[in-house]
Design a protein around this ligand. Structure first.
Ligand SMILES: [Zn+2]
Length: 511
């Protein structure tokens, strides 16, 4: 690795990021600005991220783990990475089964009485089918605790069961944030973390435990009674449908059990029907749900590929994202965006043919939405290699451009990332923050002692519109933000692959 112009960024810059300087020995990173310029030119001016993400979302569609679309998208990604010249490009099955695949071919809901109307609806994943088109009276079931259940015995067979009251759908008076503010990005870590209130956590745990008991009792009653379908309001307004797993989804994946269709409808329409039923107005729906379970191959899959290193080829820097999604949109911001960013980042590195000392490996995981299953399987299957993995970087917070990275409570990573990311200040990358971020695949690496990091992104519409919703589609992607993200990731991975030492391991494990 020859550097014509090197840039030593020292102590002076390290107070800029708003991160406290730790009492530690200072590292100096050789930041190669010629390489930065090459990566920026390829990533910002010759990007292929738009074609990649469009193929993922609009050619293959939603990629629910083990669905036919998930497998087709996996095969395409492995083939594409191989065609780019990456080594060992493959679909790698997990060592343990995930369960049956599932897809739906029809969800149609209409109000018949009191006033005919169409209903915007979808089903939870691993729902069963109705017996063709059926009409059903609406029965509202509202339970505070298990003693409330008795009154519904014998009343739910053949009904469409509305589950509880809808939350308010009042207008949103303030616009959601969109871009991160400097105030947020540069906030000192103490302000974000606060003290952990143990009594609040205990109360929340107790509430969840009570809820689980209740849900089990409700589901047992529903199974006995045999309603046509259960119907829930979406948690978001504006007829956006938020979907996830059927309450019996795990059971349905493991067996031949065919659960009662669990339908989600727009919050506003749910409210209208609910209020009519509560007012004593007889209300009937017509429902047709057709789904299909796919037996046979029950193993989940990840997609892997790599660029071999030079003199440190037995050491590895990994980049990855989860490629699976929920089913009601096309999984665009969650997480075709992160997957396309990672594919594009490794394409940039391969296209520029830059010498890299360590092996660079991409992982596109499935099963993340059901509990990081794919990345956990990978670290379990490759336990012997873990000591040689320098770091794993992840993108999974929507379409927003990268604004920095969390140190994941690994203080020794802070000065390294500060210096690596400094040449991208003009692209808005400004924060190396001390703290944990959760909920995605870097945790699988962190849990086994491999430094795992997740980038900080602008929120855009992620937490308010697209995350797990039916409008998580290509139209809601910001392509220029994805170009920026892929460029930053490519540079970060390049630098980590070439620095003299591996990324320092954590001194203290994640609490
Ligand atoms: Zn995600």
């Amino acid at each position: 690795m020859r550097m014509q112009r090197s840039w030593f960024i020292g102590l002076a810059l390290l107070t800029i990021g708003g991160t406290p300087l730790m009492a530690q020995s200072m590292v100096q990173e050789r930041v190669d600005l010629d390489i930065v310029a090459k990566i920026r030119a390829e990533g910002l001016e010759h990007s292929q991220v738009e074609q990649i993400v469009r193929t993922m979302t609009e050619v293959f569609g939603p990629r629910l783990t083990n669905s036919p679309a998930n497998r087709n998208a996996n095969a395409w990604a492995a083939k594409t990475l191989g065609e780019w010249g990456l080594r060992n490009a493959q679909v790698e099955p997990w060592d343990q089964p995930f369960g049956r695949g599932w897809e739906r071919s029809r969800v149609a809901v209409r109000v018949l009485d009191p006033v005919p109307s169409l209903v915007i609806a979808d089903v939870q994943a691993w729902s069963g089918s109705t017996n063709g088109t059926v009409s059903c009276p609406v029965v509202v079931v509202e339970v505070e605790d298990t003693t409330d259940l008795a009154q519904y015995k014998g009343k739910l067979k053949g009904a469409c069961v509305f589950q509880g009251a809808p939350a308010s759908a009042a207008p949103e008076l303030d616009a959601p944030p969109g871009r991160s503010t400097l105030d947020f990005l540069l906030r000192p870590p103490e302000a974000r973390q606060g003290g952990v209130d143990q009594s609040r956590i205990a109360a929340l745990r107790a509430r969840f435990a009570r809820r689980r008991v209740m849900l089990r009792a409700v589901n047992a009653l529903l199974q006995q009674e045999g309603p046509v379908a259960t119907i829930q309001p979406s948690r978001w307004s504006y007829n956006i449908l938020l979907t996830g797993s059927h309450p019996d989804g795990n059971t349905a994946r493991d067996s031949v059990y065919n659960p009662t269709p669990a339908i989600v409808i727009g919050k506003e329409q749910y409210g209208q029907i609910y209020r009519n039923v509560k007012a004593g107005i007889p209300t009937r729906l017509e429902v047709n749900v057709q789904t299909r379970f796919i037996d046979g191959n029950r193993l989940g899959e990840n997609v892997m590929a790599e660029i071999p290193g030079t003199d440190k080829a037995d050491e590895v820097v990994m980049l990855g994202a989860h490629y699976d999604s929920w089913h009601s949109g096309t999984g665009a911001t969650d997480n075709a965006a992160g997957s396309a960013v990672m594919m594009e980042a490794i394409r940039i590195l391969k296209t520029l043919n830059l010498p890299m000392r360590r092996t660079v490996r991409i992982g596109l995981w499935s099963g993340e939405e059901q509990g990081l299953i794919g990345s956990r399987a990978w670290v379990r299957m490759h336990a012997k290699e873990l000591p040689n993995i320098s770091a794993y970087v992840n993108v999974d917070n929507g379409t927003g451009k990268l604004r920095g990275i969390w140190d994941q409570m690994n203080e020794r990573a802070i000065p390294i990332f500060e210096q690596i990311l400094f040449p991208f200040r003009d692209q808005g990358v400004i924060a190396v923050r001390h703290g944990n971020t959760g909920g995605t695949d870097h945790l699988s690496f962190d849990a086994v002692g491999v430094p795992g990091f997740n980038f900080i992104q602008d929120p855009i519409e992620y937490g308010t519109r697209t995350h797990h919703s039916n409008i998580d589609t290509f139209d809601h992607l910001l392509i220029d933000d994805l170009k920026q993200a892929a460029t930053v990731v490519a540079w970060t991975v390049y630098h980590l692959a070439n620095r003299d030492d591996m990324m320092p391991r954590k001194v203290r494990p994640t609490p």
